[in-house]
Design a protein around this ligand. Structure first.
Ligand code: URA
Length: 195
């Protein structure tokens, strides 16, 4: 399936009951040719209203964090979520909702073919890296599967709740920057100050 048909079918999806309460499907944002993919949990209220991932307060913090390591949602990364529709009241997406939605993320990943996947928070890490992933202990560590490097960072919403964890996130970003320089060809190409 090509990118446009995938996006169209996702936007029309009614595979789970989140379809009944959503305003917009939040398919993803960024460059589908990116070498680095970020995966969050699911849309919140602002994302549901606008149709774009990470646009609320946590999204603003994410953009600030990304800019520290010369990453930008519009040019050199792609951002998607485990579930594309907002769980009511911002609860964690249920397993049955994740199961219904995960094929869209799989298809996005298959088309993008990222070299690096960064999971934002516990829910994404438990789905993508390992079912019993411990975010507090294992954030910033690299895992490799099928030739793809993966790591998890603390979710920006968790950093807003507990700013004392920001130095951890900063270290994880620096680790990511090193890995990008190691395995990516064009993520930093042509960016002043990237080297
Ligand atoms: N939190 C997420 O995990 N994803 C979003 O898109 C917004 C907030």
């Amino acid at each position: 399936m090509d990118w446009d048909s995938l996006e169209q079918s996702c936007r029309a999806c009614r595979r789970c009951s989140l379809a009944d309460t959503r305003t917009n499907v939040v398919f993803g944002v960024g460059n589908p040719q990116a070498e680095v993919m970020f995966i969050g949990e699911g849309p919140g209220e602002q994302e549901d209203l606008t149709g774009e991932p990470f646009v609320g307060r946590a999204g603003k913090l994410l953009d600030d964090m990304l800019s520290i390591v010369d990453l930008d949602r519009k040019s050199n990364i792609y951002i998607a979520n485990i579930v594309k529709c907002r769980p009511p009241g911002n609860r964690d997406p249920l397993n049955v909702e994740q199961d219904a939605c995960i094929d869209y993320l799989r298809a996005q990943t298959a088309l993008i073919r990222p070299k690096i996947i960064v999971c934002l928070g516990r829910v994404a890490a438990m789905r993508i890296i390992r079912e019993d992933f411990k975010i507090t202990k294992e954030h910033g560590q690299w895992f490799q599967r099928g030739g793809v490097w993966m790591m998890a960072m603390l979710h920006p919403a968790a950093l807003l709740r507990d700013p004392r964890r920001k130095p951890d996130a900063f270290m994880d970003l620096k680790t990511l920057q090193v890995k990008i320089r190691e395995v990516c060809q064009h993520t930093y190409a042509g960016q002043a100050g990237a080297e």
